[in-house]
Design a protein around this ligand. Structure first.
Ligand code: BDR
Ligand code: CA
Length: 316
């Protein structure tokens, strides 16, 4: 059974990614590492612990990670994020705080330890800035050849960004970390806006969770409705909210959900297009490609898996 680590800036779609992972019997969620972005790192860790408890999995450890990039304080985007994810990151829905605390080990140390323990059986799924993985690579470069796979939510190759025309939110928070990861030689799958803006959720689906009349179902519905409402203002043409982070988990569990293009990527770190994920001119002709960029997705099959896995989990 594949072991999975989720690396989250626990906002609404990150929370849905937790639910998707817990509802997937193909993988075992062995830990959640915390990063900053939608919320401050500490709030994200608090959210992850509470959500794991609410969804019936208090055995999964949560680790504190990097709380800002080399060039930011972690506070920069909180106002915009609060509009999309709520001030607390989970649609301003209140759930009981976990009696647990974070594991004393750091996110980077847990990643390194897990790579050495599980090797190719480990899949690491970051759905926030790539700061923790970059820190782990810097601390122990030997993990580059040992880690199984990295399936990341972030970036955009064939569509514009969502922060500005060049850059997507997760990558924009720490372009240096993204560049380090893309040029590290680690096999990565990029689940970016190319595909995540095709997989949309509406009030129709959240109503099904609410109708379950369980604490988990009502929480997931109320939290996600906040996010759908934000999308109605920021991207009304879409007709729903983007299932960014759960799609990364979906692809990590079942790569056949997407069609990919193999390319050696880099991330621009200078100038107006800082944060852009783009082909690396120096390695374009290298026959060995490190990144598979998802360009097509079987939307209906993914939505079916998403709903059945999460509904199954929230029914209990
Ligand atoms: C990404 O940015 C965050 O707001 C979401 O959680 C997702 O990971 C989408 O660009
Ligand atoms: Ca996220």
């Amino acid at each position: 059974q594949t072991k999975m680590i989720l690396d989250l800036d626990t906002g609404v779609d990150d929370a849905l990614a937790i639910a998707y992972a817990l509802g997937s019997p193909e993988i075992e969620l062995i830990g959640i590492t915390g990063t900053y972005g939608n919320v401050l790192m500490e709030q994200g860790v608090h959210n992850s612990l509470a959500i794991l408890d609410l969804l019936g999995h208090p055995e999964v450890p949560v680790f504190r990670g990097i709380d800002h990039s080399r060039t930011t304080s972690g506070f920069e985007v909180l106002e915009i994020s609060a509009f999309i994810h709520g001030k607390n990151g989970i649609g301003d829905v209140e759930i009981p705080p976990s009696p647990r605390t974070a594991d004393p080990r750091s996110a980077a140390d847990f990643i390194i330890e897990s790579v050495h323990t599980y090797g190719k059986d480990l899949v690491y799924v970051p759905t926030g800035p790539l700061a923790n993985l970059a820190a782990a690579i810097e601390r122990d470069p030997s993990i580059k050849t040992k880690i199984g796979n990295v399936v990341l939510m972030g970036g955009a190759l064939t569509v514009p960004g969502n922060v500005n025309p060049f850059t997507e939110a997760n990558i924009s928070q720490d372009p240096e970390a993204a560049h380090l990861v893309f040029t590290s030689g680690i096999p990565t799958v990029m689940v970016g806006l190319d595909v995540t803006l095709q997989t949309l959720l509406t009030y129709k689906e959240t109503a099904r969770w609410r109708d379950l009349q369980t604490a988990a179902g009502v929480f997931l519905a109320d939290m996600t409705d906040y996010y759908i409402k934000a999308y109605e203002t920021t991207a009304p043409h879409l007709g729903g909210c983007g299932l960014h982070d759960p799609l990364a988990v979906g692809v990590a569990v079942d790569p056949s959900l997407v069609g990919t293009h193999a390319i050696n990527l880099m991330c621009e770190t200078e100038g107006p297009s800082r944060g852009r994920t783009i082909g690396d001119p120096a390695r374009l002709n290298d026959p060995k490609k490190n990144t598979e960029v998802c360009l097509t997705v079987d939307v209906n099959r993914f939505l079916h898996e998403f709903m059945s896995r999460i509904t199954g989990l929230a029914t209990r």
